[in-house]
Write a protein that binds this ligand. Structure first.
Ligand code: F0G
Length: 435
């Protein structure tokens, strides 16, 4: 039983420009600031006057909901609804997203001499990536506003999630994909869930540019992460992670960076927890990019985060093959406010890290493995210390991109061979002898 006589209310929100600070109640279809055209973020002015005990009571309410099977409580997003935009529960589009495991690493932790190393596996969401938390939040807003079409540009995972959640909400979806650059599993998902898939002869950045024109002409709700409601859903991973760690703040959280929405959302979640008094310190949030798609790394290195340096992206981690990230300003703020860093990792380092995770039963897609590849560099540089608790955010499921596997070293795939017992036993004897 609670001893704190406070019933937190779900908060009203406004939209604030991340650059000039202008506040507006509503947004245009591209979610741009009406004054300077930069991105918007969701803020909750009422939190400033929250009564004492508000934060403490939240922890209790969220814990109690974990045992409930009501959709709004079973969702790892809407369970935290006091810190989300107010919506009617009948509009919530949810498939129990979030609720993902936090797993300690063993072999990798021993080898890196980091005993407190964990992975938060966001690939265990309904469509196999972290996108589902954000899409649940944003498509709920679309439904509340009466849209029947939604759209996105994508390197694959957003399209899978948009297609699935649109199908759940009985909406139609349009996805623009860079032709020939999307992992087969992701494309299969978008098709299975009935999206209208347009493959364009360009990269992700080109698709996003075309999408701007589409939403100007068609009444379709934009679900890319420049939609600030996406980030509201995605920030809940910080809340869930803190619950799993019994509210002990880790020293480091490491996340891959593409369009930079996810790192921005993660940072927003932690900063809100700190501002509300639910945690006392912030983890350092660090962002890993592929060396061939490193606009944030270059921006931080070459001008300290004041002006985006665009690149022509190239990496086999196709999820993060992005050269002109929309949320770069938000990500720079997260790096600066949390004291995190950004780092680039080579194709070889990503493949090696992915194989090491796989060797202890943790499958993920290549972009996710960039976190471990980057951690090795941060530990070698002394930025991460042996006593630190470190959480790697794995963003996508291994089965999204099985083609990538075929090119990895150290595969134990033998044959085809005759279905002959003696031949198989001879082969196994050789394998035993090697171990
Ligand atoms: N990891 C995976 C598996 C992703 O799919 C993405 C982005 C990221 C990391 C990077 O996250 O863009 O928020 O910095 N995928 C997007 C998509 C771009 O269209 O599916 P970000």
């Amino acid at each position: 039983m609670s001893t704190v006589p406070v019933k937190p209310q779900v908060a009203a929100h406004v939209l604030r420009c991340v650059h000039c600070g202008k506040v507006q109640e509503t947004a245009d279809r591209m979610f741009h600031c009406t004054q300077c055209s930069e991105l918007l973020e969701v803020v909750y002015p009422e939190w400033a006057s929250a009564p004492p005990g508000f934060a403490l009571r939240l922890k209790e309410i969220w814990r109690e909901r974990r045992g409930s099977s009501l959709p709004e409580n079973a969702s790892g997003v809407w369970r935290f609804r006091e810190l989300l935009p107010q919506v009617d529960r009948h509009n919530m589009v949810t498939m129990c997203e979030g609720n993902t495991p936090l797993v300690p690493l063993n072999k990798v932790a021993r080898e890196l001499r980091l005993p407190n190393l964990l992975v938060k596996h966001q690939g265990m969401n309904p469509t196999g990536s972290f996108k589902d938390t954000g899409i649940s939040a944003a498509i709920t807003m679309a439904k509340a506003e009466g849209f029947s079409w939604v759209c996105c540009a994508s390197t694959g995972n957003t399209s899978a999630s948009v297609a699935a959640y649109a199908a759940r909400a009985e909406m139609k979806s349009i996805v623009l994909l860079p032709a020939g650059q999307v992992a087969a599993g992701k494309l299969a998902q978008a098709l299975e869930y009935g999206a209208n898939v347009l493959q364009l002869r360009t990269d992700f950045d080109g698709c996003l540019k075309v999408l701007h024109e589409v939403v100007r002409k068609f009444s379709a709700y934009l679900l890319n992460s420049l939609n600030p409601y996406r980030l509201e859903g995605q920030k809940t991973v910080a809340f869930e992670l803190m619950e799993q760690l019994d509210w002990q703040v880790p020293q480091h959280v490491i996340v891959p960076g593409g369009n930079l929405g996810n790192s921005s959302a993660l940072g927003k979640g932690f900063m809100e927890l700190r501002d509300l008094g639910l945690i006392e310190s912030l983890p350092k949030i660090s962002i890993m990019q592929a060396a061939g798609a490193n606009p944030l790394v270059r921006t931080m290195r070459e001008n300290g985060g004041t002006e985006l340096i665009r690149v022509t992206p190239e990496t086999r981690a196709t999820a993060i093959r992005i050269g002109n990230p929309a949320s770069w300003r938000k990500a720079v703020t997260v790096l600066k406010n949390t004291g995190g860093t950004c780092e680039e990792v080579s194709e070889k380092e990503i493949a090696q890290a992915k194989a090491e995770l796989g060797a202890e039963g943790i499958g993920c897609e290549p972009a996710s493995a960039a976190t471990l590849a980057g951690l090795k560099k941060l530990a070698a540089a002394g930025f991460v210390k042996p006593t630190d608790t470190v959480v790697l955010v794995l963003t996508g499921h291994m089965l999204k991109d099985v083609d990538y596997m075929k090119q990895l070293p150290g595969q134990n795939l033998l044959g085809p061979m005759e279905a002959d017992g003696d031949a198989v036993i001879r082969t196994l004897e050789q394998i035993y002898a090697r171990h």
